[in-house]
Design a protein around this ligand. Structure first.
Ligand SMILES: [Zn+2]
Ligand SMILES: [Zn+2]
Length: 200
């Protein structure tokens, strides 16, 4: 749901955003000068994400008052930079005159060095472990299932093939196994894959 757009293109802080008064005031201040609204450069903010992959704050620089050292959902430590190369985790995009309400998801891989973020590595490891214990699979199925995982968490030329293989193999494991795999992977697979595989 979008906030009400003002005549000059700015958007009112809506109740849905749960913004603090100071954050709201700062948003209004943005892109505004004595002469009226001016254009501020669009930019990516820095995201604060817990090591399990929960987004604590998708705009940690613009709205530091929402930052927290640990995750409110799982208690894990939060990070704002890539553990491998220290590049900031790309957060929500700020575009001038618009308080984006677009859904933000933590990236799976670092845009700078390409390393898997901790949550991606953890989910892949968990899914791989699960592949070893799911019912009704033979050894080949388990190996094939594990091989598809990497192509499900990022868009590659093999992602569509991986989806097909994944679906074929997961048909054998029954509802319980499927649901468990879904809960492990759903936060880290790419949006396209999630829609195709899990319909959400
Ligand atoms: Zn968490
Ligand atoms: Zn990196």
């Amino acid at each position: 749901m979008k906030g009400r757009r003002l005549h000059d293109g700015r958007v009112l802080c809506s109740e849905e955003r749960h913004m603090s008064p100071s954050a709201c005031a700062r948003s209004y201040g943005k892109g505004k000068s004595e002469e009226g609204p001016t254009v501020t450069e669009g930019h990516y903010d820095v995201a604060q994400v817990c090591e399990s992959g929960h987004v604590a704050n998708s705009r940690s620089q613009d709205y530091p008052e929402f930052n927290s050292p640990h995750c409110a959902k799982c208690g894990a430590k939060t990070i704002t930079t890539c553990p491998s190369c220290k590049a900031p985790i790309r957060g929500a995009y700020y575009s001038p005159g618009y308080l984006g309400l677009d859904h933000y998801e933590a990236p799976a891989y670092c845009h700078q060095c390409g390393s898997a973020y901790p949550w991606t590595g953890a989910a892949l490891a968990a899914a791989s472990e699960l592949a070893d214990v799911l019912d009704n699979l033979n050894g080949q199925d388990r190996e094939d299932l594990k091989k598809t995982l990497g192509d499900l968490v990022r868009e590659t030329p093999r992602s569509r093939v991986a989806e097909t293989k994944f679906k074929t193999i997961m048909r054998k494991v029954g509802k319980e196994g499927y649901e468990t795999m879904k809960s492990v992977l759903t936060d880290v697979v790419s949006e396209t894959v999630r829609k195709t595989l899990f319909g959400a």
